[in-house]
Design a protein around this ligand. Structure first.
Ligand SMILES: NC(=O)c1ccc[n+]([C@@H]2O[C@H](COP(=O)([O-])OP(=O)(O)OC[C@H]3O[C@@H](n4cnc5c(N)ncnc54)[C@H](O)[C@@H]3O)[C@@H](O)[C@H]2O)c1
Length: 334
């Protein structure tokens, strides 16, 4: 399906669910971007879930979002259980504005929901020549080191910087071995997941996606990954006033209330300390990329390059819509 056609269908669906035109467009764009960069677990595969939660009033289709100015650099947003895309859109735009005015922007968001890909918001800051760090917490998926019950989400860590070229450096990674969206897609399509990424509910290693969803996912790098997940939970949950310590609700399975996800957006001018930042980062990347390569490796890439290329290639093509998603779209358009 052509991107333009898909976009108008998504806008139609979100408007039917009660979102205003602007919020419907913001949500449609974020979902399409996830498809274009190949992050299928954060794109169309979640559309039905968002709509189900709107139907149950767990996502507020007409939120009254409050933005409190704490200082010219710092803002605090109560998203009133809006769809996460809308809360994050306001959050990153405010953080960019604050950084442009003062050099640094810090924005905390509470009462939000799943916002998709952190990198999507990081790109917006990087395009304005800002460095950014973005955090969001997520429902329990990972057991803290030493525990047998999951508590932390796959809590992505995101860092973005301008590079002096049009391809931004964006490190945007779940702290799990693989992200939960991929496991959900595998479970829906009856596919296996790789070894070493999850345990079943009895603590046994599994490659069965459904068993992994009811068990625990493994953090990257053992206790180090568990520590990073905890850090993200503190920054985006404890610090912001959002749910934390395992209380963020799973958007697919838990309909007992709004998710109350928290986000933290940090943005700052790249030339605060060195006027020639762009020259310095270019040199940094040039030196790194010129290193001798392991046999079979064609190129040393920096984070974000792969997604930038995928986006560019996919922009030339139509979006492939799996049968199961076509069914969702048909139902939601009825
Ligand atoms: N909203 C949420 O609750 C939530 C939770 C978890 C993850 N996510 C999102 O899911 C997305 C996917 O996460 P992921 O962990 O699967 O990412 P990933 O494993 O695909 O990539 C992680 C990082 O590694 C970089 N990378 C990949 N291959 C590389 C290579 N060969 N050389 C150099 N760098 C390379 C990527 O550019 C990226 O920055 C992220 O955008 C994340 O924000 C969202």
């Amino acid at each position: 399906m052509k991107v333009t056609k898909l976009k108008s269908l998504l806008i139609q669906i979100f408007k039917k669910k009660g979102l205003n035109s602007s919020d419907a467009l913001i949500s449609a764009n974020a979902i399409i971007n996830a498809e274009m960069v190949g992050a299928y677990g954060h794109g169309l595969s979640r559309l039905k879930m968002y709509c189900d939660r709107i139907n149950k009033n767990l996502i507020n289709a007409k939120p009254k979002i409050k933005i409190k100015k704490i200082s010219p650099s710092i803002s605090f947003i109560d998203a009133n259980n809006s769809i996460g895309f809308v809360a994050a859109d306001i959050g990153i735009k405010k953080a960019i504005e604050n950084a442009k005015n003062t050099g640094i922007g810090l924005v905390a968001v509470k009462n939000s929901g799943h916002y998709g890909l952190s990198g999507y918001y990081a790109e917006q800051a990087v395009k304005k020549n800002l460095i950014t760090m973005i955090y969001t917490n997520a429902p329990p998926a990972i057991a803290p080191h030493g525990a047998i019950k999951s508590l932390f989400g796959t809590n992505p860590i995101c860092f973005g910087t301008p590079t002096g070229s049009k391809v931004p450096f964006i490190l945007d990674t779940s702290i799990s071995m693989i992200n939960r969206g991929k496991i959900r897609v595998a479970a829906r399509n009856n596919q296996k997941i790789p070894e070493g990424v999850a345990l079943d509910k009895f603590g046994k290693p599994t490659t069965d996606a459904k068993k992994a969803l009811s068990g625990v996912q493994l953090p990257m790098a053992g206790f180090r990954g568990s520590g990073l997940a905890w850090m993200v939970d503190i920054l985006s949950g404890v610090f912001t006033g959002a749910n934390h310590a395992g209380k963020v609700k799973d958007p697919f399975d838990n309909f007992t209330g709004p998710q109350n996800v928290g986000h933290l957006f940090v943005t700052f001018k790249s030339n605060l300390f060195q006027k020639n930042y762009n020259k310095r980062i270019k040199e940094n990347i040039r030196i790194t990329k010129r290193l001798p390569k392991i046999k079979g490796v064609k190129e040393i890439m920096y984070p974000g390059q792969n997604k930038f290329r995928r986006f560019r290639e996919n922009s030339k093509k139509k979006i492939n819509i799996p049968k199961i998603i076509k069914k969702d779209l048909e139902l939601l358009l009825k």
